[in-house]
Design a protein around this ligand. Structure first.
Ligand code: PLP
Length: 383
């Protein structure tokens, strides 16, 4: 554990130092990219902690140590993508098991359970998790997993993590929080009672739109053993360079999140005052239905927001094609601003289902560019 002058180190210090002591043979300050598939053994059955690159790699270990410290977790495991991490969690389940999840979770998460693990005999109920009574009603005898995503994508609903974890535990189900939108700088779900935290490190942790990755973090050592077994057995691991890119991004997470959140707040307020905008979803607005909950649960309100335009889908598509600084693209959490129309892009897989977002919804991943430039760009695109 990183300590500074006898006290437990703060978030920013951990992000830069946890798992990242200078390298022992050369003193390199930055963790090297151990670009190797195998490790020479000292003797048969005796090694220096690493054998084969799927099972473990020192660059990956550094990332896992760092991520665990940022989530306040005892352990973390790094994966090739957020979905590879979700897939490992799904593999904890057995035929006949049941999952309860939010009704606007990441589209790929819904697709994984509804269209891949359905064939393994795992069933799913999607509910509006803002309503605890609805969550309790959705629980069955075989409910083994509760999937919490907050703030949610793309509607920015905020869920009461502590209350939901308690409902899951009463039903003897595991509670997992997808913490991708908030990042550990804004919210630490393990401290609110969940058993597992999931990240698409592709987003804020990596932070520069140059790598795809995922992670799980938790405290229970048995859960770690089972998930590490699944990870090694199924093989969804990140390469050393990808692990290094995420680790590099993570060092600046705190300062980036401060600016993402400040820019998003300014844009949300500007949009809320624009007559062409009918609705703005951002937890930092006092009009957001869970603003008080978000204040209790999160340090800041994040860099993601969505809104609806007068004129519906046609207006949304027109605006998304006209921005110049905001790039039209999927993904989120990078330093550069992105705009998209969820139903036509990230959430295409739920079109026609009750999980489909409003057709005229526009989603922004607000970057860390100059705020006046971002607002001017949105103003000219709205027209
Ligand atoms: C992107 C994303 C995922 C999936 O992660 P990948 O790295 O794209 O596999 C899961 N959850 C949320 C909230 C995401 O935004």
């Amino acid at each position: 554990m990183v300590r500074s002058a006898g006290r437990k180190a703060g978030f920013e210090t951990l992000a830069i130092h946890a798992g990242q002591e200078p390298e022992v043979t050369t003193g390199a300050v930055v963790v090297p990219i151990f670009q190797t598939s195998t490790f020479a053994q000292v003797a048969v059955g005796k090694n220096k902690g690493f054998e084969y690159g799927r099972t473990g790699n020192p660059t990956r270990t550094a990332l896992e140590t760092c991520l665990a410290s940022l989530e306040g977790a005892r352990w973390a495991l790094a994966f090739a993508s957020g979905m590879a991490a979700s897939d490992a969690v799904a593999h904890l389940l057995e035929e006949g098991d049941h999952v309860v999840m939010g009704d606007d979770v990441y589209g790929g998460t819904y697709r994984l359970f509804a269209r891949v693990f359905d064939r393994a005999g795992i069933s799913l109920t999607a509910v509006d998790m803002r309503r605890p009574a609805a969550v309790r009603r959705a629980i069955r005898r075989k409910t083994k997993l509760m999937w919490i995503e907050t703030p949610s994508n793309p509607l920015l609903k905020v869920l009461d993590v502590a209350a939901l974890a308690e409902i899951a535990h009463r039903a003897r189900a595991l509670a997992i929080a997808d913490n991708t939108f908030a990042s550990p700088y804004l919210q630490q779900p393990l401290k609110l009672g969940v058993d597992l935290v999931l990240h698409s490190t592709t987003k804020y942790l990596g932070g520069h739109s140059d790598v795809v990755g995922g992670a799980l973090a938790g405290n229970d050592p048995l859960l770690r053993t089972r998930l590490a077994f699944i990870q090694n057995a199924a093989g969804g691991v990140p390469g050393p360079f990808d692990a290094w890119l995420v680790l590099r991004g993570t060092k600046t997470l705190a300062v980036r999140m401060e600016r993402h959140a400040a820019n998003a707040q300014a844009i949300a307020e500007w949009l809320a005052g624009n007559p062409k905008v009918t609705r703005v979803n951002y937890p930092g607005l006092r009009t957001h239905p869970q603003h008080e909950l978000a204040k209790r649960q999160m340090r800041l309100f994040g860099g993601m927001l969505s809104f609806e335009l007068r004129g519906g889908e046609a207006a949304a598509r027109r605006m998304a094609a006209r921005t110049r600084i905001f790039a039209l693209g999927e993904s989120l959490g990078g330093v550069e601003s992105l705009i998209e129309v969820p139903l036509a892009m990230t959430h295409g897989s739920v079109r026609g289902t009750k999980l489909a977002p409003p057709a005229g919804l526009v989603r922004l991943s607000v970057g860390i560019e100059t705020i006046a430039d971002l607002i001017a760009d949105l103003a000219q695109a709205i027209g």
